[in-house]
Design a protein around this ligand. Structure first.
Ligand code: IPM
Ligand code: MG
Length: 368
């Protein structure tokens, strides 16, 4: 077997700081578990714009297509807010998702026991929570045509288009059902079939795929607005939630708050299998670039480290090593170590970004 390759794109804001901690974890796996990776690093977002005038160069895009997995930190910052839309940092991220055709975005929301009192919801509502949001990532209103700002008479009109083909819905439905079979065998599909034709088609296709291929999985449907409400009322009713690009963006932020901190949440974006059988894949924390705390050693590296754990599980078939890494993080949290975002009801021991990363390495060592 050739050494698996990773392209690391730290990006902007806290991206480089949290990614530095992930690099330590990657090196640890090479040194201690015989799991070496061929790592290259490159620019994305504002960092790429500053160096090259675009948020992602064609060369970097080509590299992303070749590697076994991409790890991305975060993109964006206030200094880029006034840039033309076409070169905003976010366009780099959206280009990666679109050109690699990473249609299945897996966003787990898990509440670590040590953090159950940190959520804005009551402990019994969130303790033990373990749900998976499967967000469609390469179609829908984010990419539909026509789009733009046009003139109509003497005013401007902003236009975006929600568009889903049957095959786009079918493949994300299959991703959700496959995942559910490895979890608690339940899928809740969310759309707005009461007001949107794309929602009617979504519900139809998800139901067809279910009845024909996954009758053993329990399927339910919910309007996405009610789904947001139910996520806050009693999130433990859900196992896998499957939804479109925009609703998935919103609902995954809601789910994030259930777990206590956005600084805890990883994600995987997966596409079709490559020649070597591995899916096209990019892994990134759900949190953004947090420019207000960038460069101060305050950022929580856990979401980014957990994203690497997802890479171990979904790209490299190393489920047991992913469990080891998640277990190390659980140990560190249980010991009371807390980055700034986690300083809550129980006080805890303050830790910087690098101290948190070092503690994860120590827990990994202790796990051997
Ligand atoms: C996310 C983010 C992105 C999105 C932005 C940065 C383009 O909010 O990954 O959830 O809207 O998809
Ligand atoms: Mg979002």
């Amino acid at each position: 077997m050739t050494t698996p390759s990773l392209l690391i794109l730290p990006g902007d804001g806290i991206g480089p700081e949290v990614m530095a901690e992930v690099r330590k974890v990657i090196d640890w796996y090479g040194a201690k578990r015989g799991l070496a990776f061929d790592v290259t690093e490159d620019l994305v977002g504002g960092a790429a714009y500053d160096a090259h005038g675009v948020p992602l160069t064609d060369e970097t895009m080509a590299k992303a297509q070749e590697v076994d997995a991409v790890l991305l930190g975060a993109v964006g910052g206030p200094q880029y807010d006034t840039l033309d839309f076409s070169v905003k940092p976010e366009r780099g991220l959206l280009r990666l998702r679109k050109e690699m055709d990473l249609y299945a975005n897996l966003r787990p929301a898990q509440c670590f026991d040590a953090l159950a009192d940190f959520s804005s919801l009551k402990r019994d509502v969130v303790a033990g929570l373990d749900i998976m949001i499967v967000r469609e990532l390469t179609s829908g209103i984010y990419f539909g045509e026509p789009r733009g700002i046009i003139r109509e008479g003497n005013e401007r009109v902003g236009i975006n288009t929600q568009r889903y083909t049957e095959s786009q819905i079918a493949r994300i439905a299959r991703s959700a059902f496959e995942l559910a079979r490895k979890r608690n065998n339940k899928v809740c599909s969310m759309e707005k079939a009461n007001v949107m034709e794309s929602g009617i088609l979504w519900r139809d296709v998800v139901t067809e795929i279910h009845d024909a291929e996954y009758p053993d999985v329990a399927l339910s449907h919910m309007y996405a607005d009610a789904g947001g409400m139910q996520l806050c009322r009693w999130p433990k009713q859900f196992d896998v939630i499957v939804t479109d690009n925009l609703f998935g963006d919103l609902l995954s932020d809601v789910a994030a708050m259930l777990t206590g901190s956005l600084g805890m949440l990883p994600s995987a974006s997966l596409g079709a299998p490559m020649e070597n059988g591995r899916p096209k894949a990019m892994y990134e924390p759900v949190h953004g670039s947090a420019p207000d705390i960038a460069g101060q050693g305050k950022a929580n590296p856990i979401a980014c480290i957990l994203s690497f754990a997802m890479a171990l599980r979904y790209s490299f078939d190393e489920g047991a090593e992913a469990d080891r890494l998640e277990g190390a993080i659980e140990t560190v949290l249980a010991s009371g170590l807390r980055t700034a975002d986690l300083m809550g009801p129980d006080g805890g021991t303050p830790a910087s970004t690098t101290e948190m990363g070092d503690a994860v390495l120590a827990a990994l060592n202790a796990s051997l």
